[in-house]
Design a protein around this ligand. Sequence first.
Ligand code: AKG
Length: 298
Amino acid sequence: MLSDAQKAFYAENGYLMVEDVVTPARLKRLQDITYALIDASRDVGQSNEVYDLDVGHSADAPRLTRIKIPHKRDPYFWEILTNSAVTEVLTDLLGPDTTLLTSKLNTKAPGGGAAVEWHQDWAFYPHTNDDLLAFGLMLEDVGLDNGPLLVVPGTHREPMLSHHVNGVFAGAISPDDPAFHPDRAVALTGRAGSMTVHHVRTLHGSAPNVSDRARLILFFEAARADAWPLLGASSYFHALGQERFWVDLQDRMITGKPCLTPRMADVPVHMPLPPAPDNSSIFKTQASAGVKSAFTKP
Ligand SMILES: O=C(O)CCC(=O)C(=O)O
């Protein structure tokens, strides 16, 4: 699926845009499922295991930051992950054996949907090696006005930035960090049906959605099977115990087989501890830790 030039671009820059990876029919089905899930949030009064609510959510006007673990809500999300061109992109970049860490559908509501402060995913879940990535399938067009993903090219090969604020793991860097260069950032805009990929160490974030359109991006975070988690900030599988972990691991294989001999690499690790007062989602982690925002409120 990916050309050598695309693979080289990813290796050099730590991100990639791949256009039109799903067919219009598949996209339509994904959109229908997503809007039905958003509609079903009208009865929900507070964030729960399915929904992360944004400020101002109500039955009349649902406002979500996220639908959590969408592949557990509808099997079609798993089907797209494991049996579509998306799967080919993944194995082109990570090899034949790949594990899902988690999925999330960030819904960034129209008229101000929350920013995601700048961070590197690696700070949340260090592994024995850094062959991990996240990819985002755009379920609606993403433009400059509805909070596109912003990445800083090349940061996957630079030293990690501190993600601790006020003595806790805050899940975000300080915008005042002298190693932060927002002027180098690239906005990943594109048509619905296209996908972004970013390396686990690539610095990224996104501004509030100031448009009147939802910004729906279905994110999957995946690892090469020989990358084993050291600790994961708020990842459910660390609480499972050995037997359930083993069953769950097999359920999370996207392609190929589990690898029981972790590959150790010389990677920079700083444990995501102590936790922020509320670490139930990235939005809650960043807010409850008292992170200074890099984005202007609309
Ligand atoms: O939704 C976005 O714009 C970024 C999402 C992200 O980086 C995350 O959820 O970790």
